[in-house]
Design a protein around this ligand. Structure first.
Ligand code: FAD
Length: 600
């Protein structure tokens, strides 16, 4: 809100006597451009609330008086409305768990102003070894390199440690980018095939796997090479080797036969995740994970994908387009768990026609690795017959690297599943050690990692910042694409939320039909009282791009009228977002939706 004056109070979220935690939302403010929750700078008990819904407040206004929990003095602390970012505070002293309590009058909501000059962020602790590096970042994936670059931009001396020879982590090297390059190739093949019904026939595609792999690698190395340049430009020191934390301020760095000791004042752990391996299967190179699948082995004519989640279905899509007979096996009864079933249906219908077999509620009981193939026995409904495959892709999830990086030796709490717990400032229980990205758990997505990275870097350099995103979009780049953001319909129902829905089927979209597709849906969910958008799901070509508009709408607190009255260009797929809002409002003219009879 910066220095906005006379901002409307749209909701007061605390009451007298309520116990609040630090960062709990206390009040929702709204200007004509945005609305946002203001977090509490302190934990404690609310003694009195000084504002009410409908009031107008400016920076510095008293919101509430709170008796601070375990404050050095028992004196009540006043919680103020957000002010423009003030000179940021340094991080907590090493050893103390919470930052100083007297920051109540200086809360900058959301992320801090990048222009605020960082103060010296060095922890003052007797046991920081001499010669300790200012800030060490472990792992150069989207989380690690973003944190390193942001901290360097804020004036910190940053050391980035990576065990692989190139920067970019899973995302750039063996994840998001190579998979999307191959999915683009798959889309071109399928689009060409689908034009046959429109009078344009191409012959069978001639696929040169070597050239396809080389193109994918060129895309990757352009990006990873770019990162190396960006690191140099920012004077970020890159150390090569595998890091293992051995104490609160120390790690061992192993590079080839050499091991050296590195000390740090602050550390950001961004060591990511690994593919989960299923126990009990033979150790055979033909049973691979997504990294192996991205290599496109030439002799794969029949593929089994174990795991019907996003990664498994994306790879299935690639192999299917390349002419491989694909089967998908999933333990649960639905594909893409977590996504609303109506959004998955168009994809399921399409792949049921194209793939050899889709087995739900099924488990691979045993795999025999024979000379001529992998013989797989299944256990599931209808007792599926055993099948032979050239390759088996195991895509059953990813596990965080918290244990592998030795976080516990630094005093950092790590779960059995390798996940490191963090607060909204991305601090672990050790205040000078931060963790970001896949290593802090779901959703394991690159865009979550980069946002967390900026928060960690800003807090480490002394700025006030917190991860306060209202929503994180998820996208499956399958054909059709599926994207969702905010609350899903399944969650809204399970939580008994009072919500309404606007749906627009793409069969009524001129642009979709002109693309020779009619299987898409755009669905928006709204709070029944305020009509604010709370979630959305889109299935169809480019759903992953279209969902961004709804993510912004949720962040800005937009309602159905805001979206419906925003003029969307015609004919575009983006119109379907506005039409779904109009369908909810009852103003849609592109479809006839009979009015519900009033209840008697
Ligand atoms: C096939 C596939 C497709 C995907 N597609 C998408 C997508 O389309 N969109 C999306 O948002 N997400 C996607 N993801 C997920 C995404 O790649 C991850 O969420 C993201 O890379 C996480 O970033 P990170 O920085 O936390 O960790 P990572 O990218 O895993 O990076 C961690 C880095 O730390 C290094 N490291 C680990 N341990 C050490 C150590 N001890 N010492 C030194 N270095 C270490 C690793 O070598 C690695 O470079 C995909 C993942 C896969 C596997």
């Amino acid at each position: 809100m910066g220095d906005a004056k006379d901002v409307s109070v749209v909701e007061v979220q605390i009451k007298n006597g309520a116990t609040i935690a630090k960062e709990d939302p206390v009040v929702t403010l709204e200007t004509d451009k945005a609305s946002m929750d203001v977090p509490s700078p302190v934990a404690g008990v609310v003694i009195s609330v000084s504002i009410k819904t409908g009031d107008k407040v400016s920076a510095g206004a008293l919101v509430a008086t709170v008796e601070v929990e375990a404050a050095p003095s028992a004196a009540p602390v006043a919680t103020a409305a957000p002010a423009p970012p003030v000179a940021p505070r340094g991080p907590a002293q090493a050893g103390s768990v919470e930052p100083a309590q007297n920051e109540a009058n200086a809360v900058a909501p959301g992320r801090s102003s990048p222009s605020a000059a960082p103060i010296d962020a060095t922890p003052v602790a007797a046991d920081v070894p001499e010669g300790a590096l200012d800030l060490v970042v472990i792992g150069a994936g989207p989380g690690g390199y973003t944190a390193a670059f942001r901290a360097a931009d804020l004036g910190m001396k940053v050391t980035l440690i990576e065990r692989w020879p190139v920067l970019g982590g899973v995302c750039l090297n063996v994840g998001c980018i190579p998979s999307k390059a191959l999915l683009h190739a798959a889309k071109v093949i399928e689009d060409a095939e689908s034009m046959a019904g429109c009078g344009i026939e191409f012959g069978e595609p001639r696929i040169d796997l070597n050239k396809l792999r080389a193109w994918k690698s060129r895309v990757v190395s352009r990006l990873t090479g770019g990162l190396a340049t960006l690191a140099k430009q920012r004077k970020v020191d890159v150390l090569s080797g595998e890091a293992k934390l051995i104490g609160p301020y120390s790690l061992e760095l192993k590079s080839g036969a050499e091991t050296r000791l590195v000390h740090f004042r602050q550390c950001i752990i961004a060591a990511g995740s690994e593919s989960v391996r299923l126990p009990g299967f033979p150790d055979d190179p033909r049973i691979f994970d997504s990294t192996g699948a991205l290599e496109l082995p030439a002799d794969c004519r029949r593929l089994l994908v174990i795991g019907g989640g996003i990664i498994g279905l994306e790879m299935a899509c690639v192999y299917d387009a390349l002419g491989v007979k694909v089967s998908v096996m999933e333990l649960s009864n639905t594909l893409m768990t977590g996504c609303d079933p109506d959004l998955v249906r168009p994809l399921q219908k399409r792949i049921e026609k194209r793939y050899e077999k889709i087995m739900l509620g099924t488990r691979a009981k045993a795999i025999d690795a024979g000379k001529d193939g992998l013989h797989v026995n299944f256990e599931g409904p209808g007792e599926p017959a055993a099948m032979d495959f050239d390759r088996v892709l195991v895509a059953v999830g990813r596990s965080a690297n918290g244990r592998a990086v030795g976080a516990a030796a630094a005093g950092v709490k790590v779960s059995d599943r390798g996940i490191i717990a963090v607060d909204k400032q991305m601090r672990t229980n050790m205040p000078h050690i931060f963790a970001i990205g896949d290593i802090v758990g779901a959703p394991m997505l690159a865009h979550k990692a980069t946002h967390e990275a900026k928060v960690a870097a800003e807090v480490a350099s002394g700025l006030k910042a917190a991860f306060d995103a209202r929503c994180i979009p998820a996208v499956a780049y399958t054909d059709p694409e599926i994207a969702w953001v905010g609350v899903t319909e399944t969650e809204a129902k399970a939580q008994g939320m009072d919500f309404g829905k606007g749906t627009f089927p793409w069969a009524a979209s001129g642009r979709s039909l002109a693309l020779n597709r009619e299987d898409g849906i755009t669905k928006l969910l709204f709070d029944a009282k305020t009509h604010r958008v709370i979630g959305a799901g889109i299935v169809g070509p480019n759903a992953g791009d279209l969902i961004a508009e709804v993510g912004l709408a949720i962040e800005m607190g937009a309602d159905a009228a805001d979206i419906g009255l925003t003029i969307h260009a015609h004919p575009t797929l983006s119109e379907t977002v506005a039409f779904a809002a109009e369908a909810f409002e009852g103003t849609l003219t592109d479809l006839y939706i009979p009015k519900k009879a009033p209840r008697t």
